[in-house]
Structure formats: structure tokens, C-alpha cells
Design a protein around this ligand. Structure first.
Ligand SMILES: Nc1ncnc2c1ncn2[C@@H]1O[C@H](COP(=O)(O)OP(=O)(O)OP(=O)(O)O)[C@@H](O)[C@H]1O
Length: 239
């Protein structure tokens, strides 16, 4: 049986279920004349897994980049852990991680373990701690068997799990995933779901953007379609 995510404080503290982690209030984003996001309201609380659905080009990468604090909105407010990110110190950004869409990583010849250890040291962890965390996260994400294989030799699903493991290296309270499941096999899909469920059970929150509702509807607490200027209802689901 694989290790659980809650080991060694990889996960948020127990008891934070229901706490507002992410809130977008009237967020708007425009590139040139193209309005991509218009008056988007969205909330993710601790313990909740929220799916966001939008077709190709709808604005998923734009929304997830804003939600992860990497891209400022043109208008509206992004609240992260109760703080207005772009009006505050920005330090709270460390509690959130974006799992980006697959870049293929076709040129990445580093072994999976080295990617994780390097990312951990990039977060300021001493090598010995980074190595211990990498070993644990490889087990959590069921990547132990490929730990010493180069990234470019992994399947699409294993590369997704490696990006998820990298995101979990820091002490995150919120995970944001951008269109993660394209080309991912059923086994990896199941492992990702299990890890995210453990993460939310420990009080973390997840926002997962996908192209089609079938990929998230069966296992998310809530699915919203905030694109094409429609906005979405404020939802106080705290499950
Ligand atoms: N930096 C940018 N400059 C100009 N236009 C952009 C920029 N980023 C995104 N866009 C445009 O915003 C729209 C939404 O793009 P976005 O990448 O957010 O959609 P998406 O739903 O992630 O797309 P896909 O499913 O194809 O990955 C597109 O029309 C895109 O061309």
C-alpha cells in the first residue's frame, strides 16, 4: 500500500476544513481586445475539490494562473487565505502551487528523483530534507519504480504525477491544476484522484480546470463553468 499524503507535514494542518482558501471576486482579464474572464466569482474552501470546465481556448490557463497568484487580474480581487494577494505582501503565495498543463518534458533527461530533490532545494530545503521528502512523495504518487528513470522516458500520466509531487513539496494549502488529464491513462488518473482526495481530507483545497465535465463531475465536490463572461454563482459548499 502506498504512503499517505499526510505524512511528514506534507499537507495542511488538520482542522482547516471549511476555511476560505481562494476567492475570486469579479475577476476580469483581457488580452488586447479579447475579454477572457469577465466578472468571475469563485470560491474554494479547505476540504473542497472544485472543478472548472472550459473548452479549448476558453481561458483555463488564464484562470488557473490568476488563481495561483502568478498573473494579476485587470479588475476584481483575488483573495488567497483571506488576504488580497495583489494588495498585500504576496508572501502567502507560498501556500499555493500550480500544477501546469503537460509540457511534454521531452528534453528532460534528469531522473525523476533529481527533479524533486532539485525543486525541494529550490524551495530552500537542505539537501537531506529534500531527499527525504522526495522519497516520500515518490511513494505517495506511486512513482518509486520510476524514481531513477529520466523524465522524458515516463508516460504522460507519470509526468503528471511528478508535477503533482513537485507541487506538494512545499507546505501547500491550495493546489491549482491546469488541464491535467489530456493523454493520461486510467491508472495515473486514479492515483491523482486519490492523492487529491487525501489532500482535501487533510483540509487542503483543490481547483482543477479541465476541458470536459466528464473528467471531474464524478469526483469533484462542485463543478463550475465560469467562462464566456457568464460568471458563476458564489458557492458556500464546504465539503
Ligand atoms: N499572454 C497572452 N497574450 C495574448 N492572448 C492570450 C495570452 N494568454 C492567453 N491568451 C488568449 O486568451 C484566450 C484564453 O487562453 P487560455 O490559454 O487561458 O485558454 P485555455 O482554456 O487554457 O486553452 P487550451 O484549452 O487550448 O489550453 C485565448 O484566446 C488565448 O489566445
Amino acid at each position: 500500500m502506498r504512503a499517505t499524503v499526510s505524512e511528514e507535514r506534507l499537507l495542511p494542518g488538520v482542522g482547516s476544513t471549511g476555511t476560505p482558501l481562494l476567492r475570486l471576486d469579479g475577476v476580469r482579464k483581457q488580452f488586447g481586445d479579447e475579454v477572457v474572464l469577465d466578472r468571475v466569482d469563485l470560491e474554494v474552501r479547505g476540504g473542497a475539490l472544485v472543478g472548472v470546465v472550459g473548452g479549448p481556448g476558453a481561458g483555463k490557463t488564464t484562470l488557473t494562473s490568476i488563481a495561483a497568484g502568478l498573473l494579476p487580474p485587470d479588475d476584481g480581487v483575488l483573495w488567497l487565505f483571506g488576504e488580497d494577494l495583489w494588495d498585500g505582501s504576496g508572501l502567502i503565495r507560498t501556500g499555493v502551487a500550480l500544477v501546469p498543463a503537460d509540457d511534454g518534458a521531452v528534453l528532460d533527461r534528469r531522473p525523476c528523483r533529481d527533479v524533486l530533490v532539485g525543486a525541494g532545494m529550490g524551495h530552500g530545503l537542505p539537501r537531506s530534507v529534500a531527499e527525504r521528502r522526495a522519497t516520500l512523495l515518490l511513494a505517495v504518487c506511486e512513482l518509486t519504480d520510476v524514481a531513477d528513470l529520466p523524465v522524458h522516458g515516463c508516460t504522460t500520466g507519470q509526468r503528471l504525477l511528478l508535477r503533482l509531487a513537485t507541487a506538494l513539496l512545499g507546505e501547500r494549502r491550495l493546489l491549482v491544476l491546469d488541464d491535467p488529464f489530456t493523454g493520461v491513462d486510467a491508472w495515473a488518473f486514479g492515483v491523482v484522484r486519490a492523492v487529491l482526495r487525501e489532500f482535501t481530507a487533510a483540509g487542503g483545497g483543490v481547483l482543477c480546470a479541465v476541458r470536459s465535465p466528464e473528467r471531474v463531475a464524478p469526483w469533484c465536490d462542485r463543478v463550475v463553468e465560469p467562462f464566456r463572461g457568464s460568471g458563476c454563482a458564489f458557492d458556500s459548499n464546504t465539503r
